[in-house]
Design a binder for this molecule. Sequence first.
Ligand SMILES: Cc1cc2nc3c(=O)[nH]c(=O)nc-3n(C[C@H](O)[C@H](O)[C@H](O)COP(=O)(O)OP(=O)(O)OC[C@H]3O[C@@H](n4cnc5c(N)ncnc54)[C@H](O)[C@@H]3O)c2cc1C
Length: 446
Amino acid sequence: MQHTRARQAQDVPQRYSTDVLVVGGGFAGVCAAVSAAETGANVILLERNGRGGGNFTNSFVGTFCGYHVVEEEEYKLICSGLGEQVFSHLIKENALGRYITYAKVPVIPFDIPVLTRFLDQMLLEAKVKVLFRQLVSDVIVEDNRVTSVIVTDKSGQYSIACKTVIDCSGDGDVAFMAGVPMLTDGGHIQFPSMIFQMGGLNVEEASKTTKKELAEYQRQAVESGDFDLPRKDGTVSLLPRQGMAQANMGRIKIGDRPIDVFNLEELSYGEMEGRRQSFMYLEFLKKYVPGYENAYICGLPNTVGIRESRRMRGQYVLTKEDFLAAQKFEDGIACSSWPVEFHKAGALTEWAYLPEGEYIEVPMRSLIPEEIENLLFAGRCLSADQTSHAAVRCGPVCMAMGEAAGIAAAELSKSDGKVQDIDGVKIREAMKARGAHFRKDESKTK
Ligand SMILES: Cc1cc2nc3c(=O)[nH]c(=O)nc-3n(C[C@H](O)[C@H](O)[C@H](O)COP(=O)(O)OP(=O)(O)OC[C@H]3O[C@@H](n4cnc5c(N)ncnc54)[C@H](O)[C@@H]3O)c2cc1C
């Protein structure tokens, strides 16, 4: 495939050349960059913001989901690796909050600044070359390979040549620009939401309200005409720091549809609408819910949280049927116990749970495109239908996907091989050799 953009990009000066280029520094990107560097590759990580963590640090998603199952009344990790290092660090720093249980699957609040600093440390220790505030705006594709990406910053444009590129942009920007087809099943994307942080709570009182009671208050507030809440089952999680909580309550829409996150005007509207909704939900909480009387907003995120945008087509498309069967794969490289959490039209979220103790695996093939030979994608833009995506998009799963992609990319950059020839079983083994464990292997040995 000779990409037309290649011709437009020829005049752009080349500033760097690297084995592995990771685009996007969310959970998937940080773990991809670290594991690639630890596997012996030279690695550049490009991130358009000034910090790693993606949704978790820029959009204030302050809770881990899908990382544990419950067995004999105990929470057990289902897949470890770099994610477990993050988790252990947060435990060590006393930066985890009280576990909240949704149908026996825990949601674990954590302290975002401690996480942000630790991601810096991981990247520095692995000797990843980190370039913040750099936007990948184009790619050069020659003979089915992404030979360079074009980066735009305040000095203009430059290119970075790479042997292998991992798209961890969440939005699948690199894959899309390289011509990888998107999956178009489903209707609208899931609704984005803006999460906000509050201080000043009476924690003892606030923690008495259950999720069900909070939803009932929201229903009453709408039915009484007091507040025009776009979502009636929004949640609040108490954070590890005294008197603080995060609210994941709103829904960013135009009429009955979600905003188009690739339309600049709609996205800009969405940022302001998210802030408007945050203050509206604060007023609702103060008026209706005990313990919030003196609450105030102490943090509005940098960006509205985007649950779904482009899902890229890979060698394998994870499906709703896989989710329902709690499917495991020989080349499974990430695990998720989270239910399908679908933010659809209407004021309520749709949930579908796995049986207690169960989880689904993501196969390596869901990170590998069918044609482009030196590109992988990991994280939110993986190859999954809309339903299974709604379950496997959680942070810990993205970390494991990133780790797997990093190992694969580093190995590949030692040869002129193609991603299509990656043996996912070997990548799973390589993850285990680095210290990761998978629950499927554990149960086999019993
Ligand atoms: C409202 C909301 C609530 C959620 N709640 C939870 C929860 O409670 N628990 C949980 O585990 N998960 C939750 N999730 C899901 C989770 O946050 C995401 O799916 C996950 O963070 C995706 O990780 P990622 O690394 O794939 O992508 P992202 O976190 O989106 O990171 C992508 C990164 O790429 C960068 N980037 C994008 N394009 C470019 C470009 N062209 N050039 C350079 N950089 C680029 C971005 O700045 C970003 O840092 C929630 C998501 C949302 C939106």
